[in-house]
Design a protein. Structure first.
Length: 498
């Protein structure tokens, strides 16, 4: 085992996280604005066809990736340590195999455009648009795999600049130009494909430095590892999609509740998912660091990165929950006057998601350590529990029971991952911990936040009351964070206990 490498500065992880989180927010806003203009410019019928063709291309790409995008994030850092000369061949394979698969699948869709349009979609006029599937699919798979390789190389900053800021800004600018010059379905599809292709080329250009230097063919054992990891990651992605999206929830509620309740529930779920934005961004940034340190056998670097990331996830998760607690009804009202009645459902989702976020950055560490089977078992168990509990509680408590089941399953999965990571992957450190300081880092901010929440309720009602209350509770929480951090630094300055 090689000697541990120096720990990467924490500010690098923080910087990449901020760039990635900012890019996620930017691309969502840009997409919302662009798709709003597209909807207004094309009208309902053409807008529906645009969304259908894009969704079909995304489905083709999901099959063509073969799970290799996740394999790139976790195996490339590992092979940087174990077989650096084989990484260029691995990168070329990661780009080439999904492109070939997408070309075959999208080509079949284009060849069968007329039968698909007439018999499957019952829209014969859709056939010309379906012939745009190859350009869309090839552009998207090239972009996504380039971004996946950048993630595996640890360049999540470049990944964000190209994949989030670049794609969002380019598509929005193109749509704005079409809005002025005249918008047509074919032109919007061409713009979508061109955006993905150009940003995919930019992403591939960022990979050129990694292709230089000595090269060796990818050994058969590593090829098997690549495709095995990809296949398992694809299954895990499906389970994650089932758990993260309200598919099971809406299917169950459809049997027990009216369409009105189902619609309110769906909107509440989407808003509650905002709590997990920080976890999603950190999941993009951290895997390469975990995988490389684990390949070196550097457990202390892994522990330092894990605890640093988890501490910030706790802080951001609590703040996100507080924001939805005080502003949730106003956010739901943006969807329509009847949607605030879903606020109790929102609290269930947000509470479960916040608890899972506060449990730490566990899934990337499990995958980096090769524990995919553990994640698959947890995901399958969670999906089964969600279905069973959802049916049981929905029969008795309606949509609120389904929301409680969903939030509870999310929280329990987060707890199970955290317990497994702390017991199986991160053994006790060589030096004793200051457990009192670690407890204070969690307890002190929460105690101050709950105490200030009682005081916040005494503030007078009014239009700005939620802002004042949130500001008071958030200030108390961050005061606790600052106090706990001061305790930690004082304890570190004294050195380890004798």
């Amino acid at each position: 085992m090689s000697a541990p490498a120096p720990a990467e500065p924490k500010r690098s992880l923080r910087l990449h996280f901020l760039i990635t989180a900012g890019g996620m927010v930017f691309t969502q806003l840009a997409s919302f604005l662009a798709l709003t203009l597209v909807a207004r410019g094309l009208g309902p019928a053409e807008q529906g066809r645009f969304q259908l063709v894009v969704a079909l291309a995304v489905g083709v790409v999901s099959l063509a990736k073969l799970g290799l995008d996740e394999a790139a994030a976790y195996l490339l850092p590992k092979w940087k340590v174990e077989a650096p000369a084989e990484r260029p061949a691995a990168i070329l394979r990661l780009l080439g195999a999904p492109l070939l698969a997408a070309a075959v699948l999208a080509g079949l869709v284009a060849l069968a455009a007329e039968p698909l349009a007439a018999r499957v979609f019952a829209q014969p006029e859709l056939a010309p648009s379906l012939r745009a599937t190859p350009a869309l699919a090839l552009g998207l798979v090239f972009l996504l795999m380039s971004m996946a390789v950048l993630r595996g190389l640890g360049r999540t900053d470049l990944r964000a600049y190209v994949g989030y800021y670049g794609v969002g800004a380019l598509f929005l600018a193109g749509v704005a130009w079409l809005w002025r010059e005249g918008m047509a379905l074919g032109a919007v599809l061409d713009l979508r494909a061109a955006t993905w292709i150009l940003c995919g080329i930019a992403g591939a250009a960022c990979l050129l430095p990694a292709l230089r230097g000595p090269r060796e063919p990818l050994q058969p054992a590593r090829r098997r590892e690549l495709y095995t990891f990809g296949a398992m990651a694809a299954g895990l992605s499906f389970l994650t999609y089932v758990l993260d999206q309200p598919i099971v929830d809406l299917a169950v509620l459809g049997h027990f509740e009216s369409p009105h309740v189902v619609g309110v529930y769906a909107a509440s779920y989407r808003v509650g998912a905002l709590v997990s934005v920080a976890l999603t961004a950190m999941t993009v940034v951290a895997p390469a660091r975990f995988a490389e340190a684990l390949a070196r056998g550097d457990i202390e670097t892994v522990r330092a990165q894990y605890e640093f990331a988890s501490a910030w996830l706790f802080r951001l998760g609590v703040c996100a929950f507080l924001g939805l607690f005080y502003f949730g009804p106003f956010i739901l009202e943006l969807f329509g006057p009847e949607y605030p009645e879903g606020f109790p459902y929102l609290l269930c989702f947000a509470g479960g998601s916040a608890f899972a976020v506060c449990c730490g950055l566990n899934t990337p560490l499990l995958l980096a350590a090769g524990r995919l089977r553990v994640e698959l078992i947890l995901g399958a168990t969670g999906a089964a529990a969600l279905l069973g509990l959802g049916i049981l509680l929905s029969r008795s408590f309606g949509a609120l029971g389904m929301a409680a089941a969903s939030g509870g399953v999310i929280a329990l999965l987060g707890l199970a991952r955290a317990l497994y990571v702390r017991r199986a992957l991160l053994p006790p450190p060589a030096q004793p911990r200051a457990d009192g300081v670690r407890f204070a880092a969690v307890a002190l901010p929460l105690v101050l936040a709950f105490a200030s929440a009682g005081l916040a309720d005494l503030l007078p009602e009014g239009r700005w009351a939620p802002c004042y209350r949130f500001a008071l509770v958030a200030a108390a929480f961050w005061s606790g964070v600052a106090a706990a951090e001061a305790m930690r630094r004082a304890r570190a300055a004294r050195g380890p206990a004798p």
